[in-house]
Design a protein around this ligand. Structure first.
Ligand code: CP
Ligand code: NVA
Length: 304
């Protein structure tokens, strides 16, 4: 058995993804009943954060503690990573001391290089290209609220960013149709899009993506690392606000997701975000915890 990594959603087979989601739902129920699951006793998760985080850090750290292990927060500010020690050397050293590593970084190739030299499973906790852990939580949330996403219509409104790229991979893995509404010049990665075939389409008007959709998602217009583009992006994304008016074009039982943090009044209206009949963002955030616990358990069980 080789070491399994989770750098994109495509690192799991469709069946494996389904079983991780089912296990996440089960772990959530066990926790609600006060039943502990501790497969990580004496195990340590290394957490490398080169960007800020609330949900990802809390969910991985709490999840590891709940499963009997512990987690180590590593920032480039106070490790040799920030002083230029090669990522390959860091991978070889860190992976001899901990049992699993999660990394939040800029370039996706940092994750790939780390994984190549790691003895233990490596998890992508967000890169400029993907955010697959968030998609585990989003899929779990859809399944809990509406059942299987297979055959459904999902609308992505906004930037063709790391979240959008991961939604494209989710469309392949879960067999849903994905319509992406983005301004010209803000499309998702061309190769990721091309690999998904005709189940994913790009439109220019948000309403064309949302019409008849079962699941609508958006994200900030300027991601971490794009702070200097904020003003330009605010202009480019005019008309891309997701609000009740836009949602009125979706199917009657459509739900709204946002990975958070959200900018009320920019990509989503405060009224929609707070409307718990449509918006499932708090469940979505909570499910980061359960989905990643299931993921870590899977990677441990399936790695040598
Ligand atoms: N959604 C998400 O990844 O949130 P954080 O940046 O707070 O971890
Ligand atoms: N696209 C956002 C997601 C934050 C969770 C970013 O990369 O900043």
């Amino acid at each position: 058995m080789a070491t399994r990594h989770f750098l994109t959603l495509l690192d799991l087979s469709k069946d494996e993804l389904k079983s991780v989601i089912e296990r996440a739902i089960e772990l959530k129920a066990l926790r609600a009943q006060g039943i502990a699951t501790e497969p990580f006793r004496d195990k340590v998760l290394g957490m490398i954060f080169e960007k800020s985080s609330t949900r990802t850090r809390v969910s991985f750290e709490a999840g590891m503690a709940q499963m009997g292990g512990s987690a180590l927060f590593l920032s480039p500010r106070d490790t040799q990573l920030g002083r230029g020690e090669p990522i390959e050397d860091s991978a070889r050293v860190i992976s001899r001391m901990v049992d699993m590593v999660m990394i939040r970084t800029f370039g996706h190739n940092v994750l790939e290089r780390f994984a190549e030299h790691s003895r233990v499973p490596v998890i992508n906790a967000l890169s400029d290209s993907y955010h697959p852990c968030q998609l585990l939580a989003d899929i779990q949330t859809y399944v809990e609220h509406r059942g299987s996403p297979a055959g459904k219509v999902v609308a992505w409104v906004g930037d063709g960013n790391n979240m959008c790229n991961s939604y494209i991979n989710a469309a392949r893995q879960c067999d849903f149709e994905l319509r992406i509404a983005c301004p010209e010049g803000y499309e998702p990665d061309a190769a990721i899009l091309a690999a998904a075939g005709n189940r994913v389409t790009i439109v220019r008007k948000p309403v064309d993506a949302v019409r008849g959709a079962d699941w609508v998602a958006t994200d900030v217009w300027a991601s971490m690392g794009q702070e200097t583009e904020q003003q330009i992006r605010m202009k480019a994304f005019e008309g891309f606000l997701v609000d009740h008016e836009l949602m009125s074009h979706a199917n009657q039982d459509a739900i709204f997701m946002h990975c958070l943090p959200a900018h009320r009044g920019e990509e989503v209206s405060g009224e929609l975000l707070e409307d718990e009949k449509i918006s499932v963002v708090w469940d979505e955030a909570e499910n980061r915890l359960h989905a990643q616990k299931a993921l870590m358990e899977f990677l441990q069980e399936n790695s040598k």
